[in-house]
Write a new protein. Structure first.
Length: 187
């Protein structure tokens, strides 16, 4: 049986032990209306929001904006209005903007072993398109020395093999002769 919008939940208060009713539709509105958390990147709390690089943070923030602290801040810059009056933060802590109090809530993680990926470096035959936020990783196909020289990219011959040849590929008169199939020693 599916719940209908006018169905009721009966809830007992932990404060006064009284019973209360709650319509499913009211519960749905409350849950959907709640603010979410929006990951925005990393910040250096040693510097003001306006001095963040590469992009300044414009205040007031949006409710639920979350940033990861990128380095220890022995003294949080005064531009960051901390709701609970914190004065220092450690790498890996989080700050979340609370529009109700017009300030930032510091969420500590207790260790500095967390962080934000700020870039991806690939080693041939893997290649990255260089995008630090949403990188595309690919693998280059192996190539002959003459192809590598004529391409002129200085990346050499290293790469992946498209496929291994089958016996039928290398038959003298009927083989496929595919230039992407690598012939193994047993053929």
């Amino acid at each position: 049986m599916a719940l209908q919008g006018n169905d009721l939940f009966v809830v007992q208060s932990q404060t006064d032990s009284k019973l209360y009713k709650l319509k499913v539709s009211d519960l749905i509105v409350e849950v959907e209306g709640g603010a979410g958390i929006n990951f925005k990147g990393s910040v250096d709390l040693n510097n003001s929001p306006a001095a963040q690089t590469p992009d300044a943070i414009v205040l007031p923030g949006q409710n639920g904006d979350l940033y990861i602290v990128e380095s220890d801040a022995g003294s949080i810059d005064a531009g960051w209005v901390m709701v609970n009056g914190e004065t220092s933060a450690e790498e890996g802590d989080r700050v979340i903007y609370d529009s109700g109090s017009s300030g930032w809530i510091l969420v500590t993680v207790g260790s500095n072993t967390t962080g934000t990926v700020t870039g991806v470096t690939a080693t041939l035959p893997l290649k990255s398109d260089g995008d630090p936020v949403d990188p595309v990783i690919s693998i280059r196909q192996a190539r002959t020395a003459s192809d590598a020289t004529s391409d002129g990219d200085g990346e050499g011959t290293a790469g992946a093999v498209a496929r291994l040849a089958e016996a039928a590929d290398v038959e003298a008169t009927t083989g496929t002769g595919a230039n992407t199939a690598v012939v193994t020693a047993d053929l």
